[in-house]
Design a protein around this ligand. Structure first.
Ligand code: AMP
Ligand code: MG
Length: 412
């Protein structure tokens, strides 16, 4: 059997589907303080242990009163003040009102607040309520209106961002159960690779993939082990995979997985694991290896990404990243696509999914592909602010056609 015969041709959506169905959460859980839980994945459904807010309170600075009193009273008598953090404990009698500040508990029986700026004071203790439009319950925040005790505040698998952390704090929670960080080992492969900071020898290039991968994994919240650059030597590759597999949840490599003569990563994978080699109808990023290496304490997932830097990034962004999120216990969140009008004609071959680099104009909602589109040209990624996602069935694009794009800011 030739090496290339071992590839399974498939469409981009088949590859994505295959990864999604093969993978589930593999990380254990741990308790961390809410203050340190940014970007972690919540490991259980959080039910509100209290009502938010915990008591009826004023939504504005003004005067608290009982709406039904206005049927019998044109004027209300001010009998005191309630401040945020300082309740006015005595219940009000009919015809009485209270100065109140935003967030102060509503006194017993009061259901409404007259905003300060609408108030007409006869004297220091008399509020004139004539001809002021009122609706019962105005400017009052009700107990539990934000979150009712027992309802789901945050779902399992939710990424914890600033708002989620704030909500947990608002519920009085100082700790939370999260998935442990996914432990990921990375290495680059290729005899031609040199490390930045060293002088290039003949035929050498600098290894950029490892740095890019490290950065993308950092944004995913992974715990990264950098195994450096490995030469195109099946023994070294096999040994590194064998030794590192029990230490991590996932191994990500770049290079050596296509059908070239020196594609030894694939051979090493084959020796150790239960692997799939996909020839995906996508551009860039056609070859992808994935599978599992069994070891004494379980299985380690392995993804072999293409060597060309842009191809590597596309495979990571659109296939490996969602896969890692599933392994890490995250809710599945599809890549966020928006629609944009093409400013120029774009050549597109049907039967494959193309990921072109482009610039989205936020004013005009238009997109223009970058001049350079080569899969080895990282400048196309640096110059772009978005990726055009052109599906299999898409034909050549004419100016004005609507296409899907993914904004890279904060995502890639
Ligand atoms: P390969 O998939 O190993 O055949 O590599 C395809 C192309 O990507 C070749 O031109 C490699 O030199 C280049 N390449 C592979 N690995 C890296 C890397 N880590 N950084 C930059 N370029 C790479
Ligand atoms: Mg190579």
């Amino acid at each position: 059997m030739t090496l290339s015969a071992q590839f399974t041709p498939c469409s981009f959506s088949q590859a994505r589907q295959q990864l999604q169905t093969a993978l589930q959460c593999i990380t254990a859980t741990e308790i961390v303080t809410v203050g340190t839980a940014l970007e972690r994945f919540c490991a259980e459904n959080i039910h509100a242990p209290v009502n938010v807010p915990a008591f009826d309170n004023a939504a504005m600075d003004g005067y608290a009163f009982r709406a039904q009193d206005l049927n019998n009273h044109d004027e209300l008598t001010l009998v005191g003040t309630a401040l945020a953090g300082h309740a006015f404990e005595a219940p009000l009698k009919p015809g009485q009102a209270l100065r109140i500040t935003t967030g102060a508990p509503m006194p017993a029986g009061c259901d409404s607040v007259l905003p300060l700026e609408q108030a007409v004071l006869e004297n220091s203790t008399t509020l004139n309520m004539r001809q002021i439009p009122i609706h019962a319950g105005q400017h009052r925040r009700c107990c539990g209106e934000d979150l009712t005790i027992g309802t789901t505040a945050i779902e399992k698998g939710r990424r914890l961002g600033p708002a989620e952390l704030g909500l947990l704090a608002a519920l009085g929670m100082s700790e939370i159960l999260v998935q442990k960080r996914l432990r990921v080992a990375i290495f680059s492969t290729g005899d031609e690779l040199n490390v930045a900071g060293h002088e290039l020898g003949s035929g050498q290039i600098y290894d950029s993939n490892r740095i890019t991968l490290h950065a993308m994994l950092t944004r995913l919240g992974a715990e990264i082990t950098d195994l450096g650059v490995l030469s195109d030597d099946p023994e070294t590759l096999t040994e590194t995979l064998r030794l590192s597999a029990p230490q991590v949840d996932v191994i990500l490599t770049s290079g050596g997985v296509s059908a070239g003569a020196a594609d030894f990563t694939r051979q090493a994978f084959q020796r150790l694991g239960d692997m799939h080699f996909l020839a995906i109808q996508m551009r860039p990023g056609k070859p992808l290896a994935f599978g599992r290496i069994p070891h004494l304490t379980g299985n380690t997932y392995v993804f072999g990404l293409p060597g060309n830097p842009v191809a590597m990034m596309m495979s990571f962004i659109f296939l490996v990243r969602p896969a890692l999120q599933l392994l890490a216990g995250a809710q599945f969140t599809p890549v966020p696509l928006i629609q944009a009008k093409a400013t120029e004609a774009i050549y597109k071959k049907t039967g494959r999914t193309e990921f072109q680099r482009g610039n989205y104009d936020f004013q005009q909602c238009q997109v223009t592909p970058t001049d350079k589109q080569g899969s080895a040209m990282l400048t196309s990624m640096v110059q772009a602010n978005c990726i055009l996602v052109l599906p299999d069935e898409q034909t050549n694009i004419v100016p004005g056609d609507t296409i899907s794009v993914v904004l890279m800011q904060g995502f890639v």
